[in-house]
Design a protein. Structure first.
Lengths: 162, 145
């Protein structure tokens, strides 16, 4: 093997590049784009196969997925509301409908939670089941809407008379 | 006069009953009872500060979730016990946070220093090590005249 100046230069270049990448990896901020995520799952905790027609007062089982990538622990609340296509939330504002139920918990950075929920709808017609993700703001001592929401349209019908 | 006022009074009473009934419509799924809600909020603020500083609080966060589950299951004694345990662990972490962060940073910057010095070390020692290896591999060689 010939170990001349050129070979040494190539090896040194590789070491320099490797050490630069190593230092950059160590020095970069832990989280560059903080986010939270909310997912709506079916009763098997999978995406799809959601109920589309339900009876008034019937138990609807769905799954909720929450993920935290904020760089710090979060205290979250998933709020359930019933609305229509005109009362859906947006990325910046929550639905104007009143909360019916909520589920809460804590998540450390890069942790997620998946759990089953049971809900009911008591109004007939085409309804939107709305789920909003809120987090507790420890600096301001208040609950803040994260801009994450999911909705599921269902046709709510009267119970058939036996 | 009294008779005229009675319907007004009834309407007022009905309005009062209705307005007080509105919050009852907002039922909670896994909402915590008020004392636990406040207690966990206070605990969360302390855990949040530790987490923001870079202290590993994942075990504590998992236990706080466990408290939520216990409270919702009505196992309040266990929840209280776990809260006391979490509080003592958080207090310990708060006092040790400075040391933990110092050693964490020490470890991190030591690795950075080693990585930065690697090219210089390689530049100085690599040719010498190569020559050393070259000579060692050929030490049994005989030079022909």
């Amino acid at each position: 093997m010939i170990f001349d100046d050129e070979v040494l230069a190539v090896i040194l270049a590789l070491i320099v590049v490797g050490s630069v990448f190593g230092v950059a990896e160590l020095m970069r901020p832990r989280v560059t784009e903080p986010f939270t995520a909310l997912g709506l799952l079916n009763e098997d905790l999978k995406i799809g196969d959601y109920p589309s027609k339900v009876v008034v007062g019937q138990n609807i089982t769905l799954g909720i997925f929450v993920h935290n990538y904020m760089g710090y622990p979060i205290y979250y609340r998933v709020i359930y509301k019933v609305g229509t296509n005109e009362t859906l939330p947006t990325n910046s504002s929550e639905s104007p409908m009143p909360p019916i139920k909520y589920w809460e918990g804590f998540l450390d950075h890069d942790q997620n939670a998946t759990f089953l929920i049971n809900i009911q709808v008591y109004e007939t017609g085409r309804k939107a089941l709305i789920f909003e993700l809120w987090t507790y703001d420890p600096e301001g001592d208040r609950w803040v809407y994260t801009g994450r929401w999911n909705h599921l349209y269902v046709d709510v019908v009267e119970a058939p008379i036996p | 006069m009294i008779l005229l006022r009675r319907p007004v009074l009834l309407v007022l009473i009905a309005a009062l009953i209705l307005s007080s009934a509105v919050p009852l419509l907002i039922t909670s799924g896994y909402a915590l009872q008020q004392p636990y809600d406040d207690e966990l909020k206070e605990l969360y603020i302390r855990v949040y500060r530790l987490g923001r500083e870079g202290i590993d609080v994942s075990d504590i966060v998992n236990d706080m979730n466990r408290v939520v589950e216990l409270v919702n299951a009505g196992r309040l004694d266990e929840a209280d016990k776990l809260i006391r345990d979490i509080e003592s662990r958080v207090a310990r972490l708060e006092t040790e946070a400075g040391d933990i962060l110092f050693w964490e940073n020490f470890r991190k910057y030591s690795v950075v220093a080693i990585l930065i010095s690697l090219p210089i070390i390689a530049y100085i020692f690599l040719p010498r090590l190569y020559l050393e290896a070259w000579y060692r591999l050929r030490r049994r060689w005989l030079v022909k005249r």
